[in-house]
Ligand binder design. Sequence first.
Ligand code: 5GP
Ligand code: ZN
Length: 125
Amino acid sequence: MSGGQPAADCIFCRIARGEIPARKVYEDEDVIAFNDIQPQAPVHLLVIPRQHVASLYEAGAAQHAAFGKMLALAGTLARQAGAADGFRIIVNTGRVGHQEVYHVHMHILGGPDPLGPMLSRRKPA
Ligand code: 5GP
Ligand code: ZN
């Protein structure tokens, strides 16, 4: 599943097409940003490319513009959502990365309170 083909049953493609409602905060011809349905922090946005790309493993040169835009928008979107004093970007990828939705998405997570360490510390199994 590489970039390009819209996936009929992909939930984020359906949001991009307007078939499923989402609390959008930004959209243009390349990217869409909306609130996560199950926020893990006071500010929790998702930013996606319009084009279906399953994960970062499938990404390539065709995504340079959209992915660059996603990152370049992050500060503005975070500030507008109320995270003016810092935020974190996460792109979960694949099984080990606990990716649940296979359409690349960038989480923007923010306070007001500090988010804590990047990974929870746990003893090796
Ligand atoms: P992942 O683990 O794949 O990085 O995260 C997927 C994220 O998508 C989760 O934080 C989940 O709450 C969010 N999500 C899943 N389905 C929907 C939906 O239909 N609408 C919105 N707004 N967020 C969703
Ligand atoms: Zn998709």
